[in-house]
Structure formats: structure tokens, C-alpha cells
Ligand binder design. Sequence first.
Ligand code: N7H
Length: 502
Amino acid sequence: MRLNINPTLLSLALCAGIVSATRLNAARSLEPRRKTSLLIDPAAQPDLPTAKAAKAAANAVSLNLTDIQGDILIGMKKNKELFFFFGIENATEFKAKLKSDILPLVTTTTQLLNVSTQPTTALNIAFSQTGLFALNITDNLNDAPFAGGQLADIGNLGDPGTTNWVPQFVGTDIHGVILLASDTVDNINTELASIQSKLGDCITEIYSLQGAARPGNEQGHEHFGFLDGISNPAVQGFQTPFPGQAVVPTGEILVGEDGDSFSRPAWAKDGSFLVFRQLKQIVPEFNKFLLDNPIHIPALTPEQGSELLGARMIGRWKSGAPVFLAPLVDDPVLGADPTRNNNFTYVLPGQTVANTTDQSKCPFSAHIRKTRPRADIGLPETNNHHIVRGGIPYGPEVTAAEAASNTTTIDRGLAFVCYQSSTAAGFQFLQNLWADNTQFVHSGVGFDPIIGANQGAQRAVSGLDPTNPSRTITLATDFVVSRGGEYFFSPSLSAIANTLSV
Ligand code: N7H
């Protein structure tokens, strides 16, 4: 049983301005109470703030967390999540149903922060540029990558054309995506069937992708085996930072808030640009590469040498411990401690700025150093290139046959999602100007060995071998293969009520 109020009356009331966001949220609280969270909470990932703490932080900067879709600020804590990509067939009908049937189900940030206010299945919705046009919303959101769509941006992303893209992403037919998150796939399927029967023919399903946290002890780890979601920025007005977390102005993630310097239509306030990428990971091949290329250090076994190579490619060990703080072997206690596992800047002990040549503790090319260079580009970290990552793994575990043959035969990887107030300053910048830029952060550094892309050609990476940092290792294959995606805008609840559905 869901919300026990008549959705048609609710939509009429919203339309007439009778039901405020506060009353809508009061109505939501009538939903049956959950006893266990729909989110996962690995020890190493920073906890979400309590609803009370978030409210106090939000009040201090006049931020309304009950008007902001829940997925934007919570990070990579989903257990099961379905991405349902759709096209709008009948805009008039869709608008009516968006207001009457979908809006009451859209989960807010506040709702997700307390188990007792979480719905059985959380729902968020976001629209592509062509989706906004289909709804006759022609305002300029002032975000060029979003306006052009991801396919048109392919030249900036290093993809080797669309050969590996999911065919449904090739084009601009996808008008929107519905994100459904819960602790079970059954819950998600039930919710999907319910909304599909409500929306009927006014939308068509174009594509969907089911994501799931990995099982058992791998929960929170991506498919290469590394704990993910440790370092997301602390957004002002939402949470207090853990040591080493970047603190970003609200407007770096949310449109129209302090720190967002672009001119936007008023209704876009408190929305965020959602980048979706289906990133396939070829795990057996990655493992074989590590096994074949152990770093030779007398104190380490060949297995440890292989683990060290993998850790230096990412910048963290599988446990989440940063190689900058644990340069030779994994330190799972450090990895699991959110008060310490992000507390570094790449400034060496005894020095005051990041050393421009020393890679003994962490390569300049390491994935986490390329995508957040911390002191390498100066402290305090006031650049505007932060994103909130909110993705989830997809696809099954590696099978015995795949492991034995060192060959991927089943598609698995990361359903990559990130939020920012500017796609150009966020995702596009990180991919294009940092990960794929062989001269960043210093000349000769090479590609980010995880996500750096060279249009399918081999990639040179330096710094991985601490015994000879100038040695270049050539990666003949991409371990992360882009299967494409789309750029979306995730609007506030009031924008859905007052602009997108009228
Ligand atoms: Fe990355 N991985 O397993 O190797 N990422 N990432 N990422 N990533 C991070 O610190 C991974 C991708 C960032 O603040 C960790 O939370 C994989 C894209 C940023 O210090 C791990 C894929 C982009 C950070 C991975 C992938 C980024 C980060 C360490 C694709 C942006 C935080 C856990 C399949 C364009 C850096 C953590 C910081 C961390 C992995 C994609 C960006 C383990 C497998 C496309 C900003």
C-alpha cells in the first residue's frame, strides 16, 4: 500500500497551489514505515547526515531538501537500482500523469535520510534536452553538453565512435530516465509495473539497465574489486565534511544555488545535471594484466606486486585505503575508517606543497589523483570540478569460465551516474581535460589507466612503477569500455509540479 490520498485530488491541489511542499511531505509520511534501510552503508563510506543534522545545515543556507530529488546528494549507497529510459509519446497525457501519478512518488532528499520515511522503492526522474523539448519546455538551461546530448559530445569523451555503444543510446530518442531504487529487485519490479500501468501508452520503454550492489563482502566494491564511493564532496547545506573531503558550495552541484555562476530559468533552481554512462569493465582481462605485470620489490611476493600495480592504477587499495597513506601493502583498518581514508592532499610529509616529481606514494596518473588532484593544483581546493558520484555496479559476478579463460563474455561494469550544476565543468571536464589529457597534471604523466580513453588506441601511462616512475607502461586495451549514455536534468519537485507538468 502506498500513499493513501487521491493522486488526482493531490495534483489538482498542487496545481491550484493549495498543497505546499510541506504538506506534500506530510502526506508522504503516511506511507508504511520501513524497518530496514533501502540503502547500503559500507563502513568505509562516510555516513549520510541524519535528517535532523541535514535540516540544520540546510536551514543555515536556506536550502530546501524536501524539494530536491533524493538521488542527487546521497552518493553510491544504492542496493538495487533500475534505470528505465523512456520516450514520450503523448506530451499532454504524460504531463497530466507526471503530475497526478509520478510526482507523488518522487523521493526527496529528506525522505531518504531516515529509514522510517523511506518508501519501499525510491523513485527519481530526469529529462534529456529532447525530453524537455517534447514537453514544450524551450528555456535555455545554459549547459552546452546537456543541450547537445551525449552522442554529440562523443568527440570530447575519447570513445572510439559508437561501435561499443548500446544501440538505444545512439541518437536523441531518449527523453527521460526513471531511477527506481530499493533493497530488492522484486520491489523495483512491482513499482515499475505499477507506474507503467499508470503511464500506459504515453511513454515507451527505450532501454533499461538493472544495477545491483555486489554480493557479500564485495558490497560497495565495484567489479574490479575496489571499494567505491569513499570520496564524494561534502555539499554545503547538506553534510559536515569528514577529514579530507572536499567542501563545495551548494551551487557546484545544485543549479541556481550559491556558487552556480550560470544564468538559468528560475524553475531550474535546485535541479542538477545527471550524467549517465554505461561503463563496461573487462574484469578477467584486468586481473590477467595485473598478474602478468607485478611490480618487483624484494619485500613483496609476485601476488603482492600485482596487487600493488592495481592499487597504484586506482590510487586506493581494494579496501579503500589510499596508496598515498599506505604505499606498499593494503591497510584494511585504514581503508574502513572514514575519518582517515580520505585525509590526505598528496603533500609529502615535511613539505608544504605537492611535490611535482615524487610519485613514490601515488602516481600522478592514478585514477583518483587524475579526477581529484587535491594539492597538485593548489589548496584550498576551490576549483569547480567536483561531482557527486551516484552510480552502481551492473551485471553478474565473473563466472568460473570467464576467470579461467581470462576473457569477458558477459557485460558487467558500472552504471556510472554523477551530478553537477555544470556538465562542462564536472563530468566532461574530468573525462576530457584530466583523465584523457596525457599532460595532466604534469607533462608525460599519460592517461588515467582506469577511465582514460584514447578512441580505442593504446594508452601510455607513467608513474605506475615506484621503482622506476619514469617507466611508461603501455595499456593495449581499455579495461573500461564506454557503452554510451545520455545527459539529463534532474529537476526539483516544485519544477515538476509547476513547470514540467503544466
Ligand atoms: Fe572513479 N575504480 O574502481 O577504479 N573511482 N571509476 N570515475 N572516481 C574512484 O574515492 C572507477 C569514473 C571519480 O575524490 C574510486 O570514492 C571505475 C568516471 C572521482 O579522491 C574507484 C569507473 C569518473 C573519484 C573508482 C570509474 C570518475 C573517483 C575510489 C568506471 C569521472 C573520487 C573510491 C567503470 C569522469 C576521487 C573513492 C577523489 C573514485 C573506480 C569511473 C571520477 C575505486 C571502475 C567516468 C572524482
